[in-house]
Write a protein that binds this ligand. Sequence first.
Ligand SMILES: Nc1nc2c(ncn2[C@@H]2O[C@H](COP(=O)(O)OP(=O)(O)OP(=O)(O)O)[C@@H](O)[C@H]2O)c(=O)[nH]1
Ligand SMILES: [Mg+2]
Ligand SMILES: [Zn+2]
Length: 311
Amino acid sequence: MKGLVIKAHSGFFTLHRLPDGAQFVARAAGRLTKGKHVEDALAVGDRVTFEVIQSGGPITARIIEVEPRARTLSRHDPIIGSAAREIRQVIVANPDLAVFVFACAEPEFTPRLLDRYLVGAEAQRLPVLICASKIDLVGPDQAKALFAEYERIGYCVIYTSAVTGQGIDELRAALHGKLSVLTGKSGVGKSSLLNALKPGLGLAVGEISSKWRKGKHTTVVPELVRLDENSWIADTPGLRAYSIWDVTAEELDAYYREIAPWVSRCAFSDCTHIHESDCAVKAAVARGEISQARYESYCRLREELSQQRRW
Ligand SMILES: Nc1nc2c(ncn2[C@@H]2O[C@H](COP(=O)(O)OP(=O)(O)OP(=O)(O)O)[C@@H](O)[C@H]2O)c(=O)[nH]1
Ligand SMILES: [Mg+2]
Ligand SMILES: [Zn+2]
């Protein structure tokens, strides 16, 4: 039987059988998890072959095979004290789309964090959608102004309000037929959006509006929520999901999509675009073709990456 892993919880996996949707709680066959692995053997989003077992307990299935992954959303998990071993923690297997949720207000929009997420997604070749949430708090004009630069460089931005219902149909259409990963810091309204997308879902929503100030996360376990027949969404715990630590300083320019096209025209092939004199990127910034804010974001991130310890 074929299934989709919709929840992973310390060695147990909840499976959604395809195509009928019957649910099973499974463990993985020993050989799948034994031995050396560079990444988690099983994660939410994996497509598996399984068999039903009679255990008399809560476990009703055994996973016997995992389909090769199209891509993964993952992050490095350095193992303390053994630099040679490195493991990828798979947050979601086979994602089709990353949805980055940023509130127009409460909490305040932080473009530098969006840039980090975008770099992570570009590096993992994951298509991106930006969701500007809580549009009711600022109105359409101010919301558009906040995200204008991202639209200009070609990212799709959908403006939503879980309160008025604005943009929810547009968002639902964009998610159709895909496995999407919803990411954003605590309090931006991810669970509220999911509840609006799927009435009756009843996900817990942070009740105290000051909660985001403490950065407390209401959602803790990544879990796939089914929007319709073949549309799935993972409400991730956020923040750490888009670690960019796989990216090197030298390749960073490739992941700023409006910077990348200029790189080959720089005088030096290893141009950092920071201090060189004959630099096509800096010239494009001077002409206003690359925004000052995004360029500064690039410089800051590059500095940070060049200082990080490699393992
Ligand atoms: N005005 C307004 N408030 C919203 C909107 N969406 C969510 N909120 C409020 O924002 C707060 C946080 O919403 P959540 O949906 O819990 O946010 P979250 O992103 O799921 O937060 P975590 O689970 O902690 O990561 C709650 O008080 C919501 O009522 C919106 O569209 N407009
Ligand atoms: Mg939540
Ligand atoms: Zn340059």
